[in-house]
Design a protein. Structure first.
Length: 306
């Protein structure tokens, strides 16, 4: 089973991200003609269904819902031969080896944990213990906090978050310094990208929208232009080479957004819904990004040994 840890600073959209990931599976993997099937583990259903129902009713997760979400397990299968997820020739059946499982764990308050002195950190036995045994990390980057002016790295809005992510990656790497050579997969998700400040894009000399999901090289360059400025320590860590132990794979990049209605008279912000064929309605969100994210996880899991 692929073990994936999810990190993000406060209010970066971690719970909404999981809810939309579930939505993408429900909306695109439930019909007999669909290319994939999914299954959520029984112990995960109550929490993720609650998030899904709120989104489908036009509401974002409330504080109680956020507190209830910690981990979720999915089993995902594609109607394709096991030659990599991008293999486009469909098979007619659902072979057992076309299914993989992945377990996602949300780390909460990890920034404070990573800021502790090494001798006081409880990383080995408390909040962050799941990270040490993970195969991949999803780094949620709140697009609203991207730098809009040239500043020293520690002073940019994501400076503390950058330091915490770099420290976590270093801790994971140290924990496997003497182990078998293995790949660790970093995945960056820019949340709330519909609310990015145009100045942040102008500063990085970028277009208003990232390249399409199919244009991987272009979108990687687009994402790196933002990350090199906003998460410089993290990016430097990922390209540093070690002689043994854990090695970082080439990162993957995704951009998430959810359309909303303007809040009225100080009320809560509402999710905008859109028609979704015969399935009725769904949140107006970047569904292509989430389907591509699922393919990315399937591909990693299919090539990762337990």
């Amino acid at each position: 089973m692929l073990r994936v840890v999810i990190v993000g600073d406060k209010n970066s959209g971690r719970t909404t991200f999981l809810g939309l990931l579930y939505t993408a599976q429900v909306k695109s993997g439930s019909d007999k003609a669909d290319d994939f099937r999914f299954h959520a583990a029984f112990e995960s259903l109550d929490e993720i269904t609650n998030v899904f129902q709120r989104l489908m009713s036009g509401s974002f997760p409330d504080s109680a819902t956020k507190e209830g979400i910690h981990e979720i397990t999915f089993r995902l299968g594609y109607r394709r031969p096991v030659r990599g997820i991008l293999w486009r020739q469909r098979s007619q059946g659902w072979a057992s080896d076309a299914f993989v499982s992945f377990h996602l764990v949300v780390l909460k308050a990890f920034e404070d944990e990573m800021a502790r002195p090494a001798e006081r950190s409880s990383i080995a036995d408390a909040t962050l213990r799941d990270a040490l045994s993970s195969d991949a990390m999803v780094v949620i980057v709140d697009a609203r906090k991207l730098a809009t002016a040239d500043e020293d790295p520690p002073l940019v809005p994501l400076g503390k978050y950058d330091a915490a992510v770099e420290s976590l990656l270093s801790a994971i790497q140290r924990s496997r310094a003497h182990g078998v050579r293995a790949l660790f997969h970093p995945i960056f998700v820019f949340s709330k990208f519909d609310r990015v400040d145009p100045e942040a894009l102008r500063l990085a000399t970028l277009e208003n929208a990232p390249p399409a999901v199919s244009k991987k090289r272009l979108r990687a360059a687009y994402a790196k232009a933002l990350l090199d400025r906003n998460l410089p320590k993290t990016m430097a860590k990922l390209v540093a080479r070690e002689r043994r132990g854990l090695e970082f794979a080439v990162p993957s990049y995704f951009f998430s957004w959810v359309r909303t209605h303007e809040a009225v008279s100080g009320g809560a912000e509402r999710v905008r819904l859109r028609r979704s064929g015969s399935m009725g309605w769904e949140p107006d969100y970047s569904s292509d990004e989430y389907l591509a994210f699922l393919e990315c996880l399937w591909d990693i899991a299919a090539h990762t040994k337990d």
